[in-house]
Ligand binder design. Structure first.
Ligand code: GAL
Length: 376
């Protein structure tokens, strides 16, 4: 009987060991769960990684695009489990520096910055580097700082080329014997992007200026002469008003205005609507597809804009941060073009899309970027 009981005990022990083994097997399932966890970690890197707090420093709320950029980025980062601190700096360099300092002080692991003045952040970013904080340049390249690790933007030269090419195609410059009058408006010289927007557009237009097909009656052609501080609508409007009264009051026809973005185009449009005496409405280019500009396109007071989908740019930055959190190399597709003065910054360049009256519905409404109501 005793033997039977001890046998039973042994059987029981073996059983429970087997059960433990089963648990061991469950542990394997557990390690499957671990694998799943890792999967989860990939989706929610903040849960386990060293990278948790992300500071987002945007230049201003004045322009719709930056508001959308900031909000999209914050939402997409939070959806991945990161903590995001979004600040807008009122187009004030001092305010942007102070906000970045605060982000550093509160323990940001990564800071994403769309700089107001690309050359004014060297000192504050020395602090970022000293603390091992990763800096991602957003849309605009931060110059003269070796703290910048990555750059996410749209192909900026391509944006300028699209604007120049739109004018060249609309006036059929390649085949015409006519001469056409054009004026040129770009952005501020402290925004590094302007070199590319202006450069890309002039790559297309300069040959026609050189051979006399295009004439610039104001004589203002260089980047310095055609710059607009802070991308200001008011400044662009004033300059266009002055150009109109000095050069177009006598019936000279204004055929086209190269404008590097929408806020500048709005100023040009206002000046043309209020003060251009001619019968035609000039071709006017833009960039960003802000609602005011798209409405102007719909009513025939701006010809085109370049769409840079802020959702895509936000996603590109999120992909970089997720990769960093997983200890992987962030996705980049350009390691040649963007030298910030300390060397080439690995970049992820997205494709801009030229938008005009023919495709705005498909591109902007079809993609869910705007509703029809947004554009009424
Ligand atoms: C540029 C940017 C453009 C435009 C402009 C004004 O740097 O690339 O998309 O928004 O600033 O904010």
């Amino acid at each position: 009987m005793k033997r039977l009981i001890s046998l039973l005990l042994v059987v029981l022990m073996v059983f429970s060991l087997a059960a433990c083994g089963g648990n061991g097997a469950d542990d394997d399932t557990g390690s499957d769960a671990d694998v799943e966890d890792t999967g989860d970690d990939a989706e929610v890197p903040a849960a386990s990684g060293d990278i948790q707090k992300i500071g987002i420093s945007m230049p201003t709320k004045d322009l719709q695009r930056w508001t959308l950029d900031g909000e999209n980025l914050k939402a997409e980062l939070e959806a991945e489990g990161f903590e995001a601190d979004l600040q807008f700096a009122n187009n004030d360099v001092g305010e942007q520096v102070a906000q970045i300092e605060n982000m550093l002080a509160s323990g940001a692991d990564v800071i994403v910055i769309a700089a107001i003045d690309g050359s004014a952040l060297t000192t504050v970013l020395d602090g970022a580097k000293a603390n091992g904080v990763i800096v991602i340049s957003y849309d605009r390249l931060i110059m003269n700082s070796d703290a910048v690790s990555y750059y996410a933007t749209f192909d900026l030269e391509r944006v300028g080329e699209m604007q120049g090419q739109y004018i060249a195609d609309a006036l059929d410059l390649e085949n015409t014997d006519e001469t056409y009058n054009i004026e040129i408006f770009t952005g501020p010289t402290d925004d590094n992007n302007v070199n590319f927007f202006y450069g890309g557009a002039m790559k297309v237009l300069q040959p026609y200026i050189d051979d006399g097909t295009l004439v610039v009656p104001s004589g203002q052609v260089s980047l310095a002469e055609t710059a607009t501080n802070a991308w200001s609508t008011e400044e662009a409007q004033k300059r266009m008003e002055n150009i109109i009264s000095a050069n177009y009051g006598d019936g000279t026809v204004l055929d086209a205005v190269l404008s590097s973005n929408d806020s500048v185009a709005n100023g040009v449009t206002n000046a043309v609507v209020n003060g251009y005496p001619g019968d035609n409405f000039p071709i006017i280019t833009g960039q960003d597809c802000e609602t005011t500009a798209v409405k102007n396109i719909i009513r025939g007071q701006q010809s085109m804009s370049v769409f840079k989908d802020t959702r895509e740019l936000a996603q590109a930055v999120v992909d970089m941060i997720v990769a960093l959190a997983n200890g992987e190399e962030p996705p980049v597709n350009d390691t040649e073009t963007y030298d910030n003065g300390t060397g080439i910054i690995p970049s992820n360049l997205l494709d801009p899309i030229a938008v005009d009256i023919d495709n705005y519905e498909e591109v902007l409404i079809g993609s869910g970027y705007y509703t029809e109501d947004d554009l009424k």
